[in-house]
Design a protein around this ligand. Structure first.
Ligand code: ADP
Length: 379
């Protein structure tokens, strides 16, 4: 080998090593786990993110892939990863695999497998292999699950009132076509109207929920005359209460002062408690009480209704939670009201407390503190 040729070999070796170290730092800087395997499915390259996902400290080059990557399927059955990689002829992705760890926890895995050309062997033959991309998608999966559950609950809840409203409207049409009894038409339209009002309420809840989840709710503090607000709410719900054979009482502290809070949210919170009290009470009354406290106003809504069992009390404010009680199931509801209420309470720094006894009734009380808006400092 002459001097010139020697130099060329050195140069190409140098270039190769620069390219290799560039590749290594590139692969290492990736947030996704990367594992390259040869055609025997033995590991030839990996990065730190892959170690993290596999929850291992180290990996040896030449290690068999199946020793470190042991995915399971949705039914907890082990997946033959070697076979899976071998059968990959075009780049494929899988979002349904999971990894089980030693501490009993499980994560959802995104796995992409792509056949690649890994270079040339000693005799110049094409050395093939595969690159695996691994990502922990546990959070995305649980959000997806929540979204699917949300859609299924909401569509189910929408179906019932729509079916009832539709049935009543077509009934009214039928009676009208036959020039039948006007009172029967009125009754059918009224029943349909009630369902439409329920739908409107539900859509309101959903809209508030979606704004709350996106952190889009803003707080506009104003001085609220709680006395007037409660009388107005009691008046609004009086007809509904009467229809259900119930009465609404108000007990208002004569010392009530103006409350500094968001009128919109205070009203929405109280409306949720009052509608629940009316919905879940078969006989008796609903009492709205307001008392002046040092730091604000405490409002409680007491009913003489079906009450809530101890076990259900723990999950009351969970999204979609509805008591597993035949009496509850017979009443329209989404299980979103109290969840939204809690979000609004947090925004207004209010504290919610409740006590309830099955078949006796419930009291929900909420302490609304005065929100002192600090004027923005000029910078
Ligand atoms: P929804 O009323 O639409 O089901 P909520 O989130 O407002 O949803 O309430 C969740 C559940 O809490 C209800 O389904 C019901 O089981 C229970 N609940 C709420 N308020 C009362 C109440 N005043 N009396 C009895 N049960 C109640």
């Amino acid at each position: 080998m002459d001097h010139k040729q020697n130099n060329l070999t050195a140069q190409s070796k140098y270039n190769e090593s620069v390219a290799y170290s560039r590749l290594t730092s590139l692969v290492n800087s990736m947030a996704d786990g990367v594992i390259a395997v040869d055609k025997n499915i033995d590991i030839v390259l990996f990065n730190g993110a892959a170690l993290n996902i596999l929850d291992i400290n180290n990996l040896k080059e030449g290690e068999q892939l199946e020793k470190v990557l042991k995915p399971i399927d949705a039914n907890n059955q082990p997946v033959d990863i070697v076979n899976m990689v071998h059968q990959t002829t075009v780049s494929t992705t899988n979002r349904d695999l999971r990894l089980a760890y030693g501490d009993g926890s499980v994560s959802n895995l995104y796995l992409s497998i792509a056949p690649v050309h890994l270079g040339y062997g000693k005799d110049g033959e094409d050395v093939g292999g595969y690159v695996l991309l691994l990502r922990d998608i546990t959070t995305e999966k649980s959000l997806e699950q929540e979204r699917d559950e949300f859609i299924s609950v909401v569509s189910h809840e929408l179906r019932t009132p729509i079916t009832i409203a539709e049935g009543n409207i077509s009934n009214a049409q039928l009676i009208a076509d036959r020039e039948g009894d006007i009172t029967a038409i009125k009754a059918a339209l009224k029943a349909a109207h009630t369902q439409v009002l329920f739908l409107a309420d539900m859509i309101n809840d959903l809209a508030t929920l979606s704004r709350a989840e996106r952190g889009k709710l803003t707080l506009e503090v104003e001085s609220i005359n709680v006395h007037d607000l409660i009388l107005e709410l009691a008046e609004n719900y009086q007809a509904d209460a009467k229809k259900r054979g119930l009465s609404i009482k108000t007990i208002l502290d004569p010392r009530l002062e103006l409350l500094k809070s968001s009128k919109l949210y205070v009203r929405e919170i109280l409306q949720n408690f009052i509608t629940n009290a009316l919905k879940y009470t078969m006989k008796g009354h609903v009492t709205i009480r307001a008392e002046q406290r040092e730091k604000g106003v405490e409002i409680s809504i007491t009913d003489t209704g079906i009450g809530i069992s101890k076990a259900d009390q723990e999950r009351l404010f969970d999204k979609f939670f509805r008591a597993d009680d035949v009496r509850t199931r017979a009443i329209n509801g989404t299980g979103l009201g109290l969840y939204v209420t809690m979000k609004l309470a947090k925004l207004t720094n209010a504290d919610i407390n409740f006590s309830s006894e099955l078949n006796k009734g419930s009291t929900f009380s909420i302490m609304f503190p005065n929100i002192n808006v600090v004027p923005r400092q000029k910078s």
